[in-house]
Write a protein that binds this ligand. Sequence first.
Ligand code: PLP
Length: 394
Amino acid sequence: MRLADRRERLMGEGAFDVLAKVKELEAQGKNIISFAIGEPDFDTPAHIKEAAMEALRRGETHYSPSAGIKQLRESVARYIEKSRGVPVRPEEVVVCPGAKPALFCGVFCCVNEGDEVIYPSPCFPAYESLVRYVGAVPVPLPLKEERAFSFDPRELEALITPKTKMIIINTPQNPTGGVLPSSDLDLIAELAVKHDLWVLADEIYCAIIFDAAFDSILSRPGMKERTILVDGFSKTYAMTGWRLGYAVVREELVAHFSKLLTNSVSCTATFTQWAGIAALEGPQDCVEEMVASYKRRRDMLVDGLNEIPGFKCLKPQGAFYAFANVTGACRSLGLKGAEELQDYLLNEAGVAVLARTCFGNRVPGETEEYVRFCFATSESAIKEGLSRIKKAVS
Ligand code: PLP
């Protein structure tokens, strides 16, 4: 086969390998409790589904402009203005089929070959993959457990070079559940302005936050023109399968993002966009109920994990992930690291979790072992999962 070299630069996602293993074990008749997949277990709220069906009945079944229908761009602008406290115009919104294409647009349109891009480690694996794909250099910024999984500001400053073009941030964060403190957002903004950098702010979990109000880098002075804000409907409204997200960027960037969408997907499914309007403009108690439920499950999971010998888990402040330190459990079981623990728990306990390496390579100097639990699953599954893990490691 005569293939293109650049395809080698795209990375896979370890999570999908684990999912394949889970399916294989289930096909053999094994019962698996899965904390692996990162998506809400709730169904999409009924009024959102109804809006999509109504749009279909009305014949909203054709292409839309690449940047999205005007009405959704208006709704998103209103939502971002209200939730981030920054004026946003519909012309600054680009609708995409999911948040992932918005990340792709940001990296593709703003980063050159040879540029350096600073990104958190561990993180959602697409960041490093996209940076490598465009021939840029990914520069990991370690997140620290002792700082509730934010970074050391001195380390960020030290990583900036004349080649740095972009900083990627994600708050609340996947996989740690960490939320960047306001003071860190201030510093990132200061550095971005000083060094003329883009900030790609992945805020897909902004609505799933437990003990604090959400704070966005967009509200910092000078950040409106250099932020690529990415958000969407997958997590907030339990709409992962709908494929609906967006970027909010300065108006001059919109034409570039749109051209990329025109050349790849043409547009986002039109009736899905009408469902998005219903989500943003409709009642929000469905979101409040889901978040309250995630919070109960978080407490149950984290309290339970901290009772298991060799497991140590901080209470995540947002998203639906807990990132447990399992260094002690690996040691007492004689395992080399979290990857072996991931296999051990799957094969011996029938519990699926994801090792730290599903979220990027370890950074030099990293000594601890971690696995990610997604707690967007039922309380009975959490209870059973905890009891299985306890038995398997005791
Ligand atoms: N960003 C982060 C941090 C995520 O965890 C995910 C999905 O897991 C995405 C983006 C992708 O969202 P979407 O499904 O809307 O493309």
